[in-house]
Design a protein around this ligand. Structure first.
Ligand code: TYD
Length: 236
C-alpha cells in the first residue's frame, strides 16, 4: 500500500535582530499581521524565552539583581533557552508548514556575548553548531539603528512601563558599540541570510521595506493577483 499522505511545505523561519530599543518587536508583530492577512500560518516567539522553561531562564538572565553572572554562564543560558525553543516551538512549527517569526536568535548571542562581552564569535558559532545544528533562519531582518538613540528609547520604554532596566540595558556605550559593530560584521559575512534594514524612518516606512525584503528573498519577488479590495494590503 502506498502512502499518499500530503506533506506540508516547510514553513519559513525569520529572525529579527538589532539593538535594544530599535523597534524590532513592533516590526515583528506588523509582519506577522501582514502574513496572517495573506492566509499564512505564523507563530511569533522571542529569545531568551518563548517556552515555559525558557521564560524561567529569561528571568535569571535579565533580572538586574542577577549580578555576577559569569559571561560564559550567560552564554550557556542563552543557548539553553534556545535549545528548548527549537525543540518545543521552532522545529515542530516549521515541519507543520507554519512560519516562525523570532525576536532575536543566535546573532544576538554573537553580538552581545561574542562582541559585547568579548567572548568572540568563534565560541558562539561552535556552541550553535553543537546545540542547534543547522537550524538557522531563512531570513534575518537586522534593524540598524544608532547606539545612543536605541538605548535611550529602551530606557524611555522601561520607564513608561514602570519596568526595570534589564541587565544588558545597564551596560556602557562601549559595550553597545561592540554589539552594534558585531551585528554589522554578521551582515557583511552572511549577506544571503541577513538583510540590513534602516530602523530610523517612521514605523510604516520600515514595515514597507521589510515587506519588500520578505517578498524578494522568500517569495522570489512573486506577485499574486489579488481582488481589488485586497490589493492595498497585498503582501505577495
Ligand atoms: P528584551 O527586553 O527582550 O530586549 P529587546 O526588546 O531589546 O529584545 O531583552 C533581551 C536582552 O537579552 C537584550 O538586551 C539582548 C539580550 N540578549 C543577549 O545578550 N544574548 C542573546 O543571545 C539574546 C537572545 C538576547
Amino acid at each position: 500500500m502506498t502512502s499518499v499522505a500530503k506533506r506540508a511545505q516547510r514553513g519559513k523561519f525569520i529572525s529579527f535582530e538589532g539593538l535594544d530599543g530599535c523597534g524590532k518587536s513592533t516590526q515583528l508583530e506588523k509582519l506577522a499581521a501582514a502574513l496572517r492577512r495573506q492566509g499564512v500560518e505564523v507563530v511569533t516567539t522571542r529569545e531568551p524565552g518563548g517556552t515555559a522553561i525558557g521564560e524561567r531562564i529569561r528571568a535569571v538572565l535579565l533580572d538586574s539583581r542577577t549580578a555576577g553572572l559569569e559571561p560564559h554562564a550567560e552564554m550557556a543560558l542563552m543557548f539553553a533557552s534556545r535549545a528548548q525553543l527549537i525543540a518545543e516551538v521552532i522545529l515542530p512549527a516549521l515541519e507543520a508548514g507554519t512560519w516562525v517569526l523570532c525576536d532575536r536568535f543566535t546573532d544576538s548571542t554573537e553580538a552581545y556575548q561574542g562582541g559585547g562581552r568579548q567572548l568572540g564569535s568563534d565560541a558562539v558559532l561552535r556552541l550553535h553548531e553543537l546545540l542547534c545544528g543547522r537550524m538557522w533562519p531563512d531570513l534575518t531582518i537586522l534593524m540598524d539603528s544608532e547606539v545612543s538613540s536605541s538605548v535611550k528609547r529602551a530606557r524611555r520604554r522601561n520607564r513608561a512601563a514602570e519596568q526595570d532596566e534589564n541587565r544588558f540595558e545597564k551596560e556602557s556605550s562601549a559595550f553597545f558599540d561592540r554589539v552594534h559593530e558585531t551585528f554589522l560584521q554578521i551582515a557583511r559575512r552572511a549577506p544571503q541570510r541577513v538583510a540590513l534594514v534602516d530602523a530610523r524612518p517612521p514605523i510604516e516606512k520600515v514595515h514597507e521595506e521589510i515587506l519588500r525584503v520578505v517578498r524578494e528573498r522568500l517569495m522570489g519577488g512573486q506577485t499574486l493577483i489579488k481582488p481589488k479590495e485586497e490589493a492595498d494590503n497585498a503582501l505577495f
